[in-house]
Design a protein around this ligand. Structure first.
Ligand code: SF4
Length: 364
């Protein structure tokens, strides 16, 4: 398997793809902007230095693909306040810990006495709850890739009575579709997400080609995977085509993972959700269906929301970076006041955040 995987980083293959892209790019009539919508793609693009292999008339930008970055301060503030006020244990993924809310992050709340524990999966959380005498609330963040295990666990496992979900799960295709429709994001083509598409499949992205004429190609995470997707996109543009293609056939199926989709449909319904800095987006958030209300922290606890929450501190450009309008270098705080050790905005926290990736990759 290791040998097989290495094929996707083989310098000869990478060189051939890069040369193919350069040749195709000579036929382009204008500079094109390709957006990816997956934080792990940004990680790979920076790690492999792929932007340096592209001709000047092809720009690849990061879009709204980091789940931690689009989790609203409103939810972070509310759950932190509950953790400080009530005798509960809050469970969260590690990359959520340092994300700033309006006033506090989870890390800072721990120093003020809140019982907050990092977990790797919902299954850890369930085990912790079994051994705890406190109510345990899982702050369930992530796109459909993490909504699927949340749903599967609630549907199939014996859940202890003291385990609850606070869902901030979001559904990528609907979020990106709404942003496109509103004109908040624009691009000439899309690289479709590698992880999220394993769940939702590629069928759902046909509306992107049909309604917006966007060539849309799914990519994996190795250097050749991403270059292949870009090569197919440029070829489509030159052929005046706009279709959904799969450059990650070893993992993604066109129809997606039916079992995971069924689990999600059984447990969640889609409703409007606030994306950090981008406002409320219809049909983009997963909430628990009434059948699972006994596990729904939003229904079982007295959670207070305020309207004066702050999505981004003064000077932070995260919302424009998430929309692909700016890069981290356009933010005056990047590497100065804002670093992974002391992040000002959410894009500097997770390995899926654009600012964190550019900082770690030395793009400063
Ligand atoms: Fe926000 Fe920091 Fe990125 Fe600036 S560098 S946009 S403050 S996360």
């Amino acid at each position: 398997d290791r040998i097989k995987l290495n094929i996707y980083n083989d310098p000869e293959i990478v060189k051939k793809l890069s040369n193919f892209i350069k040749k195709e790019a000579e036929k382009l009539k204008k500079t094109i902007k390709i957006m990816h919508i997956c934080g792990t793609h940004e990680n790979s693009i920076v790690r492999f230095g792929l932007r340096d292999l592209l001709p000047g008339n092809i720009t690849v930008i990061a879009g709204p693909g980091c789940p931690v970055c689009v989790t609203s301060s409103r939810d972070i503030d509310a759950i932190i306040e509950l953790a400080l006020k009530e005798n509960i244990k809050l469970l969260t993924f590690g990359d959520m810990l340092k994300v700033p809310g309006s006033r506090l992050s989870f890390s800072k709340a721990i120093s003020m006495g809140a019982d907050i524990q990092m977990i790797y999966s919902i299954f850890d959380g369930i085990e912790i709850a079994k051994n705890s005498d406190k109510p345990c609330i899982f702050f369930a963040c992530g796109f459909e890739t993490t909504a699927a295990p949340t749903a599967a666990a609630l549907k199939d496992l014996e859940i202890p009575k003291n385990f609850y979900i606070y869902s901030v799960h979001k559904y990528t295709p609907n979020g990106v579709y709404a942003l496109l429709k509103s004109g908040k994001i624009s691009m000439d083509a899309l690289i479709l997400p590698g992880h999220a598409s394993t769940i939702s499949g590629l069928k759902t992205y046909e509306r992107f080609t049909d309604e917006f004429g966007l060539p849309s190609v799914a990519a994996g995470f190795e250097a050749a995977d991403i270059l292949l997707a870009i090569a197919l996109i440029v070829k489509q543009i030159n052929n005046k085509e706009a279709k959904v293609e799969n450059a990650y056939t070893r993992v993604i199926e066109y129809e997606g993972n039916k079992r995971a989709q069924q689990a999600i449909d059984e447990v969640f319904y889609l409703t409007s959700s606030i994306w950090r800095g981008l406002g409320e987006i219809e049909n983009s958030g997963y909430e628990l269906k009434d059948k699972y209300r006994q596990f729904d922290a939003k229904k079982q606890f007295n959670i207070t929301y305020t309207n004066d929450y702050i999505e981004h501190q003064k000077g932070c450009k995260c919302n424009e970076i998430i929309l692909g309008n700016l890069t981290p270098k356009d933010c005056p705080l990047f590497t100065k006041r804002c670093t992974p050790h002391d992040p000002i905005g959410p894009c500097m926290v997770s390995d899926e955040g654009t600012c964190k990736n550019w900082y770690d990759g030395g793009l400063i």
